[in-house]
Design a protein around this ligand. Structure first.
Ligand code: DAK
Length: 258
């Protein structure tokens, strides 16, 4: 399928989606987010895809929602039109893992998009921020919520209220990103991580994603029970027998996603 605002490439079971609005530093408009949702849904259905990477350019992962697209909208436009709600839902519906490979600016909706992914690998040039306060608004796709869960209230308040940018090193210390790598190595590192995931049983991978996401949606006791029951259910899968037999026989497992 051809897209205008993203570039999609599937290789070695990894679907890499590159945001591609260079003139606007990959600012997120409805068209781009719809295309992103479609590409992810296609990949979810495609057996050749076992992991996604969402990335941008060296200068910008995404510099936010498109301010030019939003500037003249009224309350009725955004509230009744439910701006960005279906687009966010389309991303959150994806069951295969999604890695954000972030270089340069990840601001506003860009930072929020990165946080919708399952984990973030950042280049040492990455800058995260929720600068919506400078525009007389506030974050609207998780910047006051996912960010708070990831980095805690103090840093979330600091970023959301001052609009300051957080460099990659601080973002790693704060728990926003899983690793920081030199800019030139970003895609190699993200692709290696995605390929590593692609070798696993998709049953394990999708169950792990679902279980980790429960951690911020349920009380701990319920989430632990959810995890335990999903773990128990894995003993119904052939891949559990294969994975454990391969360990005992000192060989690589041959997972069949069953
Ligand atoms: N939107 C539109 N265009 C943008 C943009 C953006 N967010 N960011 C950059 N651009 C455009 C610039 O206008 C410029 O275009 P031309 O003037 O060349 O036509 C081009 O990209 C290059 O930008 P600069 O010339 O500014 O580049 P610099 O290197 O000087 O500065 C910068 C880079 C990233 C520091 C700067 O561009 C900047 O501050 N950008 C804005 C960052 C920002 O405020 N981001 C937050 C946007 S608000 C919602 C949910 C979520 C949201 C909204 C609603 N609902 C659920 C309803 C999210 C809101 C946001 O993200």
């Amino acid at each position: 399928m051809a897209y205008d605002n993203i570039i999609v490439d599937v290789e070695d079971h990894v679907c890499t989606i590159k945001l591609n609005r260079p003139d606007a530093l990959n600012a997120l408009n409805i068209e781009l987010l719809r295309e992103l949702g479609k590409a992810l849904a296609e990949g979810q259905k495609n057996d050749k895809v076992r992991c996604f990477i969402i990335t941008g350019s060296e200068k910008a992962f995404a510099a936010g929602a498109d301010i030019k697209m939003m500037s003249e909208k009224s309350f009725t436009d955004v509230f009744s039109g439910d701006l960005f709600t279906p687009e966010e839902a389309a991303i959150m519906r994806i069951r295969k893992p999604i890695i954000a490979a972030v270089s340069g600016y990840a601001l506003g909706g860009g930072c929020e998009l990165a946080m919708m992914c399952d984990f973030i690998i950042a280049s040492d040039t990455a800058k995260f921020g929720q600068p919506e306060v400078n525009l007389g608004v506030m974050a609207g796709m998780g910047g006051t919520q996912r960010l708070t869960r990831l980095v805690g209230r103090a840093k979330s308040m600091d970023m959301n209220l001052t609009g300051r940018f957080m460099e990659a090193e601080e973002a790693e210390r704060a728990g926003l990103v899983s690793r920081v790598v030199p800019c030139k190595k970003l895609m190699d590192e993200a692709t290696a991580a995605a390929k590593k995931i692609a070798e696993k049983s998709m049953i394990s991978v999708m169950a792990i994603k679902e279980s980790v996401h429960r951690s911020d949606q349920m009380p701990l006791s319920e989430a632990i029970l959810f995890e335990r029951r999903v773990f128990h259910s894995m003993f119904a899968a052939e891949d559990q027998k294969e994975g454990m037999a391969a360990f005992i026989e000192k060989r690589e497992p041959q997972f069949r996603d069953r």
